[in-house]
Design a binder for this molecule. Structure first.
Ligand code: M6R
Length: 368
């Protein structure tokens, strides 16, 4: 059942190339036009929505946070990302021109169910990005875009996260195509880039031993911080969540730009800090994050850096560099998160913990 792996989580990490490939499968024609027939929402509604609100919890919310950058860029529609359990308690501004996108692996998360019920009562259309066929969220939404990750058994979400980001990108590109935005000519190029991701993820899996040995050597670490900018920010949050839930280590993710607004006070000699570095092909973003590595390194932090292949600017400030293949900025989360998943699982295993079934957690949270 575990495909020769010790844990479901390891198996599911290794399922990720297929999860992404399957989520892309059959969703475009030979000319690179997206065909999402399964979206039962009238095209005229999708053409006129003036706001998108993503509602989700935990890892699914981080997928939504990644998607915000892409959808706003491609579609020029404002995207808010709201934790589902906060949504209906704050009297959100929702009306018939709002598209609410609910993201959920299980489709049974009660907080998210209550959020979509509230949204529909206000007249909004709800589009669900869900992994489980026939689940409550799938049934109660106006439209469903299924992720095809296959069953996810380990409590910690991995392949669902990658397939949720992939599905969100399909949605963003579809809206861009439908609404005739300036990126419409590039939809086929973006789809081609998405199509290259399964091989890139596989490359990272083939190199997992390096990450595992660093994680094993760090098994007595008490606290790890994660820094990222732009789409690297939700990846930092996800890296921290994985480590908390699996290894019971204090872990916090920050927007790298926030460092000097407070978190830098936490840096003392020996503090472990993961830094997710954007591609050097986006120098404005890249240079700022490299400065952040220098800042924490100068204060004695142990710097664990995730950087693109060939980016040597990070070498002098990094204790360890985990390399990821060259990838367009918006798609980098699909590669940069993989070493963080492997790291958390390996560290938890080195501590002798139950990787698949961490204490106090349920796979789907069916109470509010
Ligand atoms: O089934 P869902 O995607 O709705 O679950 C949402 C969260 O409960 C889930 O992602 C949780 O944060 C995971 N344990 C994270 O690994």
């Amino acid at each position: 059942v575990k495909g020769g792996f010790d844990t479901f989580m390891e198996k599911e990490i290794h399922d990720q190339p297929k999860a992404v490939a399957d989520t892309l499968l059959g969703r475009h024609d030979d000319d690179g036009n997206l065909v999402l027939d399964e979206l039962r929402v009238d095209e005229s509604v999708l053409r006129t929505v003036d706001k998108i609100i993503v509602v989700a919890c935990g890892t699914a919310a981080y997928a939504g946070h990644v998607a915000k950058y892409a959808i706003e860029h491609w579609c020029r529609i404002p995207v808010e990302v709201e934790l589902a359990h906060e949504f209906r308690y704050r009297d959100p501004v929702v009306d018939v021109r709002t598209l609410v996108v609910a993201i959920s692996q299980s489709g049974e998360t009660m907080d998210t169910i209550m959020a979509i019920r509230h949204a529909r009562e206000q007249g909004a259309k709800v589009l669900a990005i869900v992994n489980t066929h026939g689940s409550t969220i799938a049934r109660e939404s106006d439209a469903v875009l299924y992720t095809h990750a296959g069953p996810e058994v380990a409590v910690a979400s991995t392949k669902a996260f990658l397939s949720q980001i992939t599905a969100c990108y399909l949605l963003g590109l579809y809206l861009s195509q439908l609404r005739g935005y300036k990126y419409v000519d590039e939809v086929a190029d973006y789809l081609e880039e998405l199509g290259k991701l399964p091989d890139k993820i596989q490359q990272l899996l083939d190199a997992e031993d390096e990450v595992k040995s660093v994680a094993t050597a760090m098994k007595d670490t008490a606290s790890v911080l994660f820094l990222g900018r732009h789409v690297g920010y939700p990846v930092a949050l996800e890296g921290a969540l994985k480590l908390k839930e699996l290894a019971y280590i204090h872990a916090e993710g920050f927007a790298a730009g926030e460092l000097k607004h407070g978190p830098i006070a936490l840096i003392e000699p020996g503090q472990a800090v993961f830094v997710i570095v954007p591609t050097p092909r986006r120098p404005m973003l890249h240079n700022k994050v490299v400065s952040n590595i220098q800042e924490v390194r100068a204060r004695g932090a142990r710097t664990l850096v995730i950087a693109e292949e060939g980016d040597e600017t990070v070498d002098e400030f990094a204790e360890v560099v985990f390399r990821v293949p060259k990838t367009p900025t918006l798609m980098m989360p699909l590669v940069t998160v993989v070493p963080l998943q492997i790291f958390a699982a390996a560290l938890a295993a080195a501590k002798g913990l139950d990787v698949d079934q961490p204490r106090n957690l349920a796979k789907s949270v069916t109470v509010e």
